[in-house]
Ligand binder design. Sequence first.
Ligand code: MG
Length: 411
Amino acid sequence: MNTKSNQHRSSVPLVLVAAGRGHRAGHGVPKQYRLLMGTEVLVHTLKALLADPRIGPVQCVIHPDDLALYQACIDQLDHADQTRMMPAIAGGQTRQGSVKAGLEALQSALQSALQADNRINTSVLIHDAARPFVSGDLLDRALAMADQTIAAVPALAVTDTLKWVDAEGRVDGTADRTTLRAVQTPQVFEFAALLAAHRKAVQTGQNDLTDDAAVMELAGHKVSFFAGDRDNIKLTLEDDFRMSERRMQADMIPVTGLGYDVHAFTKGDHVWLGGVRIAHDRGVRAHSDGDVILHALTDALLGALADGDIGQHFPPSDEQWRGASSDRFVQFAVGRIRERGGRLVHVDITLVCETPRLGPHRNAILTVLSRLCGLPTTKIGLKATTSEKMGFTGRGEGLAAQAIATVLLPD
Ligand code: MG
């Protein structure tokens, strides 16, 4: 079965514009790669789009400097969704140039499919990577327009009063807002007409139009409206990120997980604690590296997801985990949280032993935990206690650790 051509047959190709530098929101990386609830904006946007089986193939247009950032995003998609992505291409100097590049790439890629199968949808959607809140309903409305018009854009009535501004930055009149609309993406077009309009715009020296409707208007086409969505904001300013995170968090519930681990001392010259090798007059008996901090932490993370325990995912009977470095167990559990659309927000760990002392290694361990968990050290509790010479830890027979993790999960 040739799944790819089946997909093309029933699908609408989409150009996702992700080439902007977008530093207005601060933070160094372009805004489409900034984290929103621990996940890149681009990943949120792609997942929202690919949730609709009618969408695809998706042609991302990116900045050449961002290839590694982009690939890290694609790696987070399901395998089936990855097959709906065309290889990314480099954008132009402007948004208009980037869309044109995306359309040209799709045109070459789909040409044979277009000829081989005249049932392929000849529409195309254009969407901004910085609009991660595109909803299924909005996509429904866009796709419904695909069969009806040559060009259609989602629009909102303008509710604020709009003023014209003079050269001195003062009010120079009041616009009649009843004749104005705020326009979003996804915009939907007849593929061939949009590509022709883009080629024509370049010929006439126009190269900085801010949306594709403007390209079609310039070519003399009538553009229709359909209902936009107030939640479908374009992340632009710092405030947009803050408000979006607050909104997304309001839809999540906090869960906690508890972890506990013990290893007995044996002959040796070091122990592993929190991913740090610590010289010691004994070692620990373990199948892996015997890192009680990372094992307790892994179980806490899995516990928050009600997703089994470390022994279930990494059975001691399995030879491949012999001597394994335990950071991979934590990375696995953190990945499971991400797969569930969750966000790790806090961990707290207690080491229980008479020796070695935690103090001298605390900062090194915090650095490792921060990297593994994707948390700032201000969100990682790390402390130690002895058990007053009582019990197995008190007698110096071994090490124990407890961990608790707080995770936000989609409701
Ligand atoms: Mg263990």
